[in-house]
Ligand binder design. Sequence first.
Ligand SMILES: NC(=O)c1ccc[n+]([C@@H]2O[C@H](COP(=O)([O-])OP(=O)(O)OC[C@H]3O[C@@H](n4cnc5c(N)ncnc54)[C@H](OP(=O)(O)O)[C@@H]3O)[C@@H](O)[C@H]2O)c1
Length: 324
Amino acid sequence: MELVGEVLMGLGLTLLGLGLLVVLYTVVYRTCIKGKECRNKTSLRGKTVLLTGGNSGIGKATALDLARRGARVIVASRNRKLGESAACEIRKESGNNEVLYMSLDLGSLRSVRAFAEDFLQSEARLDILINNAAVICEGESEDGFNVTFQVNHLGHFLLTHLLLDRVKQCSPSRVVIVSSDVHRKGTIDFQKVHKPVEGYLKAFQSYCNSKLANVLHVRELARRLRGTNVTFYAVHPGAVHTNALRYSPLWVQYPYLGFTWLFFRDAHNGAQTSIYCATEEGLEPLSGSYFDNCRRDDTCPLGRDDALATKLWEFSERLLGIAP
Ligand SMILES: NC(=O)c1ccc[n+]([C@@H]2O[C@H](COP(=O)([O-])OP(=O)(O)OC[C@H]3O[C@@H](n4cnc5c(N)ncnc54)[C@H](OP(=O)(O)O)[C@@H]3O)[C@@H](O)[C@H]2O)c1
């Protein structure tokens, strides 16, 4: 009898401990991890949104929110099966039938050009462009560039260039580029930033460089297009639990698995700053800025270097063969 009592007491204490842990975790998640929510109810009825990398993670959560607001949403990514199934899920969850998949591989400049041609033929409007796709990958693209730098910066640079007239025609319109806080670790060495690298650590440095390039791209776009009613925003989504490391070596993935699941925000919360920059009224005076947690934040000094932004713009044009 005494033994049963002790076992029950032990069980009770264990359950109490677990309950306290769950409560503690919920409080920590809500106060420190979840981040700020975009609370506006801006309707996007009649507007068209193009979002790269919308088949998973932050991109998919962003697409779902914008579809719920009534936008026509084009999800552009490289894997047709994944892209079509994501578009289908978003249609079902949002009740909005105007969510479509279009094929785009940012790692191939040929694909970017073909995509832009198809898009301009089939879509009359482009009110919001969200450059969200990214990879951390070693090796060379089919165009001979560093894959990470091409997918994250050069491919998006070309896409934005090819679609910019349509964005201007639909002004007031916006371009949101998803960067990252790790842009602070980035550098732009024009001798080698575009050159392929081997090994994960070097690929990660290329990722940081490409995220700095995203911040500088936004800054230069805002400067060049001042007065056109098209505005530009760079975003850090926070530390988000997604499949972003799925192409990384296992020694990188495994230590992160439990940690990210517990201590990173989910994709819905990670999408909030992109949604905010795409929909919040009155942000226009902050065109060219960097946003974190639904508010403007400072970039690192290199991210505010206008001469570097202009040099990167001209360098990217030369690499892409689109010099004016
Ligand atoms: N997760 C974080 O903690 C975090 C932190 C800071 C910034 N970010 C930024 O947030 C953005 C979204 O990342 P995520 O975490 O949601 O990662 P994710 O789930 O891996 O999403 C990346 C998306 O990009 C697509 N993509 C990759 N290569 C492509 C290519 N060559 N052409 C077209 N699409 C391509 C992927 O498609 P596939 O499925 O075909 O690969 C996927 O849809 C990225 O810009 C990332 O740098 C994320």
